[in-house]
Design a protein around this ligand. Sequence first.
Ligand code: NAP
Length: 768
Amino acid sequence: MPPTATPKENVQFPRFLLLYGSATGQAQAIAEEIAEKAPAFGLSPHLLCLEMTGKRFNIEDEKCIVVITSTTGDGDPPGNAEKFVRRLKKRTLGSDYLAHLHYALLGLGDQNYSNFCRCGKDMDARFLELGAKQFYPTGFADDGVGLEVVAEPWLEGLYPALQKFLGVNSLTLLTEQVEALSIVPSESGDANPAQNKLNSGKIFQTEAVSTNNNSLSTNNNSVDHSNEVKNHEVIISNSFESSPTKIDFTDDRKAAVISDLSSLKQQKEFFDSARTLETPCRLLDISTEDYNLSPLFFSDNNLLEKSLTVPVYPPDFLKAEFSANNVKLQELSHQNDLKLPCAASSVLRVKVTDSRVLTHPDALKKSLLVSLDLKECDMDYRPGDSISVICYNSCSEVDMLLDRLGVSDSADLCMTLTVIPDTKKRRASVPAHITPVTTLRHALTTACNIRETPTKALIRVLLEYTSQPKEIRRMQELCSKEGAQIYTSVVREKRVSLLDFLFAFPSCRPPLERILEHLPRLQPRPYSACSCSQVDKDRLDFVFNVVDLPGRVQEARYFHRRGVCTGWLDDITNGIQAGESEQPIIEIPIFLRTNQHFRPPSDLSQPLIMIGPGTGVAPFIGFLRERQYYRQQMTQDEGYGETWLVYGCRHSKRDFLFKEELQQFESDETLSCLCVALSREEPLEDDKALHCRYVQDYLRRLSSDVAQLLCDKDALVYVCGDATGMAKEVSQAFEYILKQEKGLSDEDANMFIMKKRIHKTYLEDVWT
Ligand code: NAP
C-alpha cells in the first residue's frame, strides 16, 4: 500500500466548518476531499451538509466556513441547501448579521445553462450583503468544460488560505515525497508491481517544524533537501526506457470456495432474461485493430522531459470478501435505498404498452416513442413534467469489466463490503449507493456508473497497479497538473469509460475494491412527457434518440456501445417495435421529477413561442394536446393567444417527429404558426431565400413578428433541447431581434431577456 500523509494522533488543529449543498454528489465529493486533506495541513474541518442548518450548526455561531454548493434545475439551490438559502434570504436580517463570519465559497455549475452557478452566486452575494468577509476569493467551476479547471487551483489555494486565516504557519505533518525517479524496466519489461511500481526511489517521510501553538515536536527523518517538498503532491520526473506492450488479462484472483452451486446458478439466472434481450457490446478485434492508434496511448512530447506533479495516492478504504452465502437479489433495494435525485414521486414499476420508431431508417438518429400504462399507479403529471427511468448497465459490458478485472469467478458470489479497519481515509464508509451485502455483478449492473470517465484521482490509483513503465508514464501525464489539457482533450472530451481506459493500459490490474471506491452512482435518466394527462390520464409517452456509438480506437473507444438507458429501452421493446403478437409483459421502474416552472400557461389567451428542435419538441406536444383540449371547451368570445412552435430537424421525410400531429394542430389552429427548420435538406430553387437551417435562423427570419410578440404581447418563451449550442444561440437570436426591430442597445437587449428569465416568462428545459 502506498504511503499516505498521516496526522499525528491527539493533536488539536484549528477547526472550521465545511458545508456542502449537493444534488448529484459532486459538491459533496469535493467537500469530502477537503475534509480528507485538510488535517495534513494542520486543519480540522467539521463537515456537514447545508440541510443540517439549525440542527447541527448555525452560521451565526461560526467564525470560519468553507461552502461548496452546486446549482440545480432552473438555477435553484440543491434540495439539501434549500432551507439554508431560505434562512439566509430572510429580509429581517441586518447588514451586520454575519459580520463575524469569514468564508470561502466554491460554486459548481454548467455554463451551458443560463443560470450558471446561480446558487453559489446568490449565496456569495448574500453573505457579503450580511457583512461576512471572504478570506479566500470565491470560485465558480464549470462542469461544461470540466469542474477541475477551476476547482483544482481553487482547492490548491484554499489550504494555505485557511492556514493563514487560522494561524497555522507551517507544515505540521508527515508528507510524502518521492525523489526524482528513473523508471527502469526489469528484464521482462515490467517494473515490479508488488513493490513501488513507480520505482520511485526513496520515499521520505518528513515531519516539518511548526511555529505556532499547534506545533509538533521537531523530528526530521532523512530529509533530503535536494528534493522539492510539497505537502499534498508527489513530484515525479521522467526518464524511462520503453518496452514492448504485452496484453495479459489473465486472472490471478482466486474465487472463494463454492460450496453451494445452486445459489450461484440462481444469481446468474437473475440477469439471464436481460442478457437475452440486449444487443451485446462488442470489443474491437485486437487482431485487426491497432490499439496503439489510441490517443490515450501516446505520451506527449512536450511532457516527456518534464517533471510531473501528480495527486497524492488517495487512501484505500474498501474491503470485499466473498462467500458462498445466498444473496436474494430480488429482495435487494435499489442502490441501497439512496435518495433519488429530483424525485417528486416514489418509484413505480409501469407497463410498457407501446414502442414506436418515429424516424425513417435513413435518418441519422433513431427516435423512439415509448408509451407507459399508468392505470395501476398513482402518478399525476402535467405537460412540461418529466420522468426519470431507472436503468441498468448492459450485461455484456459488465461481463467485459469483470473479465478485464479478473474477477469473473467471484461475480455471482455473495460479496460483503466493509471498511478497511486501519484505513487512513477519514469518515470512510461503504459507498452509499452500493448495498454492503450483494453480488459484484449486481453492484456493477445496478449501482455503479461503469461508463464514468476516470477522474484524475482514479488514474492516480490505477497507475499504482500498472507494471509497464511506458503505461505508467502516460498515466502520470494524464493525471498530472502539467497534463491537465491533455486529460481534458484525450480523456474527458472523448468520454473515455473506465473499460476503455483499462483496455488502453493492459498492464494495469487494479483490485476491484479500488474500482468500487471510485465509481460513482449510476444515475436515472430523465425524459420529458410528450403526452397529456387531461386527454388520457392513464398514459404517459416519452420520446428519445437511441444513442449508438461504434468502437473506434482513434477515438479511444475500444468497444461498440449504446446509450445505457436508450439502448436498454430499445432492446427491451424490440419485440413491440416489430409488432410481434406474443409479447412478454415489460415493466420499467420510473419516478416523476420535480418541476417548478416549465408548464404551459393556464390562461389560454397568453401568447407563447415554443422552440424545440429534435426531441426537444417532446414537452410541446404535451403543451399542444392540452391547449387543444381546453380550446375545444372555449366559447367563441374568449381569446386564444398566438401559439408558435419553432421546430428543427434534418430532413422533412426522415426525422420530422410528430409531423402529422403538428400539421393537424396547425390546421385546427391550435398552432397559429408552425416553423420547421431543416438543417440538412437542400431547398428547392424557389425556396432558397426562405430556407432556414436552424430554429434560431427561423426566429431571425420572422424577426418583426417575433419582436411584436415579445415586446407588445408579452409572449411566454419556452426553449427545450440541447443546452450546449442551441439554447445559447436562440437566446442570442432574441437579443439580435430586439436590437434590429426595437432599436435596443446590446446591454438593453440582454437585460430584456434577463428580466424575462427572472420573471419566468423565458423558460428553458435544456440538457447536455
Ligand atoms: P438532434 O437530432 O441532434 O438535432 C435536431 C436538430 O437540431 C437537427 O436539425 C440539428 O442539425 C439541429 N441543431 C444542431 N445544432 C444546433 C444548434 N446549435 N442550434 C440549433 N439547432 C441545432 O437533436 P436531439 O438529439 O433530439 O437532441 C435534442 C436535445 O434535447 C438533447 O440534448 C436532449 O437531451 C434534449 N432533450 C430531450 C428530451 C427528451 O425528452 N428526450 C427532452 C428535453 C430535451 P444538424 O445536426 O444538422 O446540425
